[in-house]
Design a protein around this ligand. Structure first.
Ligand code: FPP
Length: 232
């Protein structure tokens, strides 16, 4: 891996927590707990490599269909995680952002999210954008509604991007763990030109070496942006 050309923004579909737990005869929520620890490890290593943004898919607008037990477990995990990690975020320069809808999310979790976003807003080492209650189509529809409410009459791509949940650069690399070849309604607008890397590794097992391998594969891709070879 060439440390001089790491992607500025990596998006991650953290899939396979359930299968990881099942293999160990553990409840699914234990897989999510292990996955949350993996995310901490990966953000730390990404920051060391010079990555400036990580967007991680933690809960989709479709995940409400899971059992009450799993949904409430994920809400509780996220809240505990933020309370436990916020001091470390500040110490390590991790700025928290959230992408997603607020509706249906318990008020107590929204308060913890808002506090943590506020506490870390001056952090500059890396931005951790957690997609929570997130759907790519929902984000586009929400952006359209906000633009109409603001009285916009004509759109451009740049102007439209101002109405998305967060104004950060598009990811150059999208990683999906656990082998599924799907986008699953993640960052539909932002991944227009992202390189996609899928690995069979289950998210809780994904480690620093796997991250470097994904970056190395990305570095060996020929990114043409619709142009011809070696031309950007
Ligand atoms: C997909 O695996 C994963 C999720 C739906 C949740 C992702 C959440 C975490 C990694 C932890 C929470 C993060 C934070 C920041 C607290 P799956 O359950 O669909 O796995 P499976 O396909 O093997 O069943």
């Amino acid at each position: 891996m060439n440390k001089q050309i790491v992607p500025e923004h990596i998006a991650i579909i953290m899939d396979g927590n359930g299968r990881w737990a099942k293999k160990r005869f553990l409840p699914r929520n234990m897989g999510h707990r292990a996955g949350a620890n993996t995310l901490l490890k990966i953000v730390k290593h990404a920051a060391e490599l010079g990555v400036k943004y990580i967007t991680a898919y933690a809960f989709s607008t479709e995940n409400w269909k899971r059992s009450d037990d799993e949904v409430s477990g994920l809400m509780k995990l996220f809240s505990e995680y933020l309370v436990k990690e916020r001091e470390n975020f500040i110490k390590n320069g991790v700025k928290l952002l959230i992408s997603g809808r607020r509706e249906r999310v318990p008020q107590e979790l929204l308060d913890v999210i808002d506090e943590t976003v506020n506490m870390t807003k001056g952090c500059e080492n890396i931005t951790l954008n957690i997609a929570f209650n997130y759907g790519g189509r929902a984000e586009i529809v929400d952006a359209i509604n906000r633009a109409m409410q603001a009285g916009e009459v004509e759109m451009s791509e740049d102007k439209f991007a101002e109405y998305l949940y967060n104004q950060i650069p598009d990811p150059e690399l999208l990683i999906r763990t656990s082998g599924e070849m799907r986008i699953s309604n993640f960052l539909l607008w932002q991944i227009a030109y992202s390189e996609i890397y899928v690995t069979d590794v289950l998210w809780p097992d994904f480690n620093e070496e796997d991250l470097e391998k994904a970056i190395e594969v990305y570095q060996n891709r020929d990114r043409r942006f619709g142009g011809v070879k070696n031309e950007k």
